[in-house]
Design a protein around this ligand. Structure first.
Ligand code: GAL
Length: 995
């Protein structure tokens, strides 16, 4: 992933200045390839023979452990203008043990795919086996790291393992394909990805790809199959591409990813450090030069950076990311992609969510907000408003699909470039107007002159700062003919015998829209200001300024009536189109359905909001979230609610009191009973980490412990040589080790964050106290906190880096190399999960976890009372528990989070870390002195918004004064009226229910 960003950056440097000059990179004569209802040629994908711009963004259901809320995300994606959702699946999330798979509850992919279909989104499935995604092991299951054969090759053991997964996940996907599964099941899956960014292209990898492709076909995948290349390298292009320097592979289509757009500053200001790359018609060809890597298939970005992840130890980059890759960036970069013939683009992420429990790879902390259009708290960020406008245009103008370069227009300013494309079928035009280079930030007034379908025209335009305009011209829209407009089109709908169009522009800028008529129509300005002229060609030219909302009715002239709504950008953002209904006002409109004359609208309000509705005549009355809305008719063919829609009400959050505390490192006690623990032995060693000669295999994974904390207990005989303990351990990003001798903490070691490339192993040395030299048996107790296994980005088995102890030796400080024998035992969370309902990421290896101290029904009355902030710290791990009631008003959707200490700074001055359990769910890790995350959103369904809740915090500290749990409080992060029904996720509540 980091390499992908670097790659993207280097591709940027190669962008030529005259970017709008098209090169022949696609074979427009390529034959159509059909896969049932899906087909494509070099220009676009087609569904049922109709060309489609695939406009997609990514979500990970596994990063939102509350399945009812998946629908909330899908509805918000749809409302933000997307027609497709891309889904990674995480093999390791479903498989705790070889041969064991679970697709129930929070792992119910069948339900997810059904929801996507119900919400009207096409689906791209990305099933791995390897996905990366900043997941521990890049999505590989824990047990796979014990395989000695190289992953992502045709090693038979690896293939057998990945087939296990593929057989199961493919069986679910095939039922949801647009072409059906041949057994009567059908859904919305239109494209399917095998592997991810496999940039090693040896014969063993080729045979592996062949295997995955054959497996997908054998399992019944009948939609086009693609791979996601790490940058536009030409790896695994379809066999018939025949382009020099590319690597052919078993794929129907070629896709790649890219994360251009510069880095974020710390103060939330976008740097705008790079221009948008031309990765298609107007560019230099594939990154390796020459023509497009795959001239017979449409431009396809399986991932394009719609944000970026954040690192342990950063200053907190998500808000800045949302701006850096937010408004304007989207217009400039996504527009440049579209102009370049990237007809399939998917933004990574549309909703990032939470890397809860032990999901994260070493590089990331709990929040995977990503700065995406939908925040981790499920807020529709301002950047989503812009996406709604862009997606609205794509939906309103089907001619945009399959466009090709149309020749250079004349531009009066050399600071401006215009990408000019046309539809070969209808001659409709797309003009993307940006600066040259596209991240130029001047304010310019200029003209663009071009031969458009309806004649030779000169368009007066303005472009301020970093921005782009997506203009269309010469296009039939409903019953109208748009000659051109210097405003951008957000949507057009046909309602009964009239058309309603919404166009918009930057506040205060002048705009000009020309429509063609057979004879002069009647123009009535209903609101705002606009003037019009009519000429002998039949052109009606409207002139206006974008300010507030202007409403113009145009009738006669040989066309159906048109209501033209002209908004400034903020006005445009207030509109939602759902089917043939247009709604103005609310913060979100989720659905609009008319039955028996009643238009039922659902959505959210964040404040008291006026409501205006344009609907076909069969809707005689309206409801909002089930309540009747009294309305009056307006002069512009709409109805408005006589009273505003209600605002959400505030609600109090309880103060967290009545804490109870108990010690949580019983393993440190020399008398602890470890009878059932496994003995460390010389079993097969599969790690890529070298170990010292003569050491046994101490790795946690070798004993079936893959997630969370791991304990070792080692017995040795005291002697004068027992002077120091040397450890080598692996623990992932900001992981740690604590060492106890005979029940007393003798030291700890923490792995520095090392951003942006995490450090994942450590080799500390501890001075042993005098007591170690006393004769007799001593017990070393060692806890390693494993913050995730590495990804396998470069297909070099990096995920098999050691976790837990690699080696340990007790030795004299000076003199001959000599180590005292230690008899080790090990224990952690095994592959037989004690809480299979919450599943793999939820379960770690602390004693308290196994005993159900995390669960709401655990009886902690025997524990000591405590108050926060904690007065003093204890060595090792201590558990803090409390309960509280919530009463979020009915009909309101809120996101509530847990906040630690001073939330105005990314790091505490004191050092400790916390595993956060809410109602038994491991919702992440707070590391006070590393940061940056101090506020942890808890999704409803995990959190009971109308009833009782419990919190259990496993606090790990070195016990030094001050290194103790700071204040903990509940915070409301978002609050709207609306939402969707959310049930509590069913899961064990008492220790007795654990296995
Ligand atoms: C891509 C990769 C994704 C994710 C992304 C960065 O290179 O395909 O899985 O890791 O980078 O978030």
């Amino acid at each position: 992933m980091i390499r992908a960003a670097l790659l993207a950056a280097s591709a940027l440097i190669a962008v030529p200045a005259a970017a709008q000059e098209a090169r022949q990179t696609a074979n427009f004569n390529a034959p159509v390839k059909s896969f049932g209802r899906v087909s494509y040629d070099a220009r676009s994908l087609m569904i049922d023979g109709k060309r489609l711009v695939v406009w997609s963004s990514e979500m990970h259901a596994f990063r939102l452990p509350s399945p009812d809320l998946w629908r909330d995300i899908l509805q918000k994606m749809k409302a933000s203008g997307f027609n497709t959702v891309a889904l990674y699946f995480d093999w390791g999330f479903h498989s705790p043990k070889k041969g064991v798979y679970d697709f129930s509850g929070i792992r119910d992919i069948d339900r997810l795919l059904t929801m996507a279909e119900e919400e009207g989104l096409w689906v791209m499935t990305r099933a791995g086996p390897y996905v990366n995604a900043e997941l521990t092991r890049g999505g590989f299951p824990g047990w796979l790291v014990n395989q000695r054969g190289r992953a992502r090759t045709d090693d038979p053991e690896y293939l057998a393992a990945s087939d296990e997964w593929l057989t199961r996940i493919n069986a679910i996907i095939v039922k949801h394909q647009i072409n059906g599964d041949g057994k009567g099941n059908r859904g919305n899956v239109i494209l399917h990805q095998i592997e991810n960014e496999l940039a090693l292209t040896t014969p063993a990898q080729r045979r592996y790809m062949d295997h995955l492709f054959a497996k997908a076909l054998a399992d019944g995948i009948n939609v086009p199959i693609f791979h996601n290349d790490q940058g536009r390298n030409g790896y695994w292009v379809p066999e018939d591409s025949k382009v020099e320097k590319t690597v052919p592979g078993p794929n129907h289509m070629y896709a790649f990813d890219g994360y251009p757009g510069g880095t974020c500053t710390v103060n939330g200001q976008p740097t705008r450090g790079s221009a948008a790359p031309d990765w298609g018609y107007y560019g230099p060809g594939g990154a390796r030069g020459g023509a497009s890597a795959s001239p017979n298939t449409p431009g396809f970005l399986a991932e394009f950076g719609g944000g970026w992840f954040d690192y342990w130890g950063s200053n907190g980059g998500y808000e800045c990311n949302a701006v850096q890759r937010g408004k304007r960036f989207q217009r400039v970069f996504y527009g440049t992609n579209l102009a370049n013939g990237i007809q399939i683009q998917s933004f990574y992420m549309g909703f990032g969510g939470t890397s809860w429990g032990w999901l994260p790879a070493p590089v990331v902390f709990t929040s995977y907000d990503y700065g995406s259009a939908l925040s981790e708290t499920r807020e529709v960020r301002p950047k989503a408003e812009e996406l709604k406008q862009l997606g609205g245009l794509i939906a309103a103008v089907p001619d945009l699909a399959g466009m090709i370069p149309a020749g250079r227009p004349e531009i009066s300013s050399d600071r401006i470039q215009v990408y000019h494309n046309k539809s070969p079928e209808t001659d409709a035009r797309f003009l993307l107007v940006t600066h040259k280079p596209s991240n130029g930030q001047t304010s310019d007034r200029f003209t663009v002159t071009a031969d458009l379908p309806d004649g030779h025209y000169t368009l007066p335009l303005e472009l301020d700062g970093f921005d782009a305009k997506w203009l269309v011209a010469g296009v039939n829209l409903g019953g109208q003919r748009l000659v051109y407009s210097t405003s951008e089109l957000q949507t057009i709908l046909k309602q009964d015998n009239r058309d309603v169009a919404l166009i918009y522009g930057r506040t205060g800028e002048a705009g000009e829209t020309v429509l063609r008529y057979a004879s002069e129509p009647k123009v009535t300005v209903l609101e705002g200001g606009a003037t019009s002229t009519f000429d002998t060609k039949g052109d009606l030219k409207l002139r206006y300024a974008h300010r507030g909302l202007t409403r113009v009715r145009i009738s006669g002239g040989g066309r159906p009536d048109l209501l033209l709504l002209i908004g400034d950008e903020a006005e445009g953002a207030k509109f939602w189109r759902t089917g043939d209904v247009l709604v103005r006002g609310p913060a979100l409109v989720r659905s609009a359905k008319t039955a028996k004359g009643v238009l039922a609208l659902t959505g959210d309000t964040s404040e008291a909001t006026p409501l205006e509705i344009w609907a076909p005549a069969d809707a005689r009355s309206a409801t909002w979230n089930g309540l009747k809305v009294a309305t009056t008719r307006t002069h512009s063919g709409s109805v408005t609610a006589t009273a505003p829609l209600a605002a959400p009400v505030g609600f109090p959050l309880p103060v967290l009191t009545d804490w109870r505390v108990a010690g949580g490192s019983p393993e440190a006690d020399p008398d602890f009973n470890d009878r059932d623990w496994a003995r460390i032995d010389n079993r097969a060693y599969a790690s890529i980490t070298a170990r010292a000669d003569g050491q046994p295999n101490m790795l946690m994974d070798a004993y079936g412990f893959h997630e969370g904390d791991i304990w070792y207990r080692g017995r040795f005989s005291g002697s004068a040589d027992a002077q120091r303990l040397k450890l080598h351990y692996g623990a992932g990003g900001s992981g740690m080790v604590q060492v106890f001798l005979d029940g007393k903490l003798i030291g700890q070691d923490e792995i520095p964050a090392g951003l942006p490339r995490p450090i994942t192993t450590g080799a500390p040395s501890f001075t042993l106290p005098d007591t170690a030299r006393a004769p007799g048996e001593h017990v070393l107790s060692v806890m390693v906190r494993n913050n995730g296994h590495n990804w396998d980005l470069d297909a070099d088995d990096f995920h098999k880096e050691a976790r837990g102890l690699v080696s340990a030796s007790i030795e004299p400080v000076a003199g001959p190399s000599f180590a005292i024998p230690i008899a080790w035992k090990i224990n952690g969370r095994s592959e037989d999960l004690f809480d299979p309902v919450r599943g793999v990421p939820n379960n770690g290896g602390l004693d308290g976890e196994r005993r159900g101290w995390t669960l709401p029904g655990f009886n902690d009355r025997g524990w000591k009372m405590a108050s926060l902030p904690a007065a003093q710290a204890s060595e090792g791990t201590s558990w803090y528990r409390t309960g509280f009631d919530l009463a979020v008003p009915k009909g309101q959707d809120a996101t509530i989070g847990l906040a630690f200490g001073d939330t105005t700074t990314p790091r505490s001055k004191v050092a400790y870390r916390v595993l956060i359990f809410v109602n038994g769910w491991n919702m992440g890790q707070f590391i006070a002195h590393v940061g940056p995350q101090r506020v942890f959103p808890i999704p409803e369904g995990v959190l009971n918004h109308r009833g009782r809740n419990s919190i259990a915090l496993a606090v790990t500290s070195d016990g030094a004064p001050g290194n103790a749990l700071e204040a903990v409080k509940l915070v409301t992060l978002r609050n709207v009226k609306g939402g969707i029904p959310v049930r509590m996720v069913a899961a064990p509540a008492t220790p007795a229910e654990l296995k």
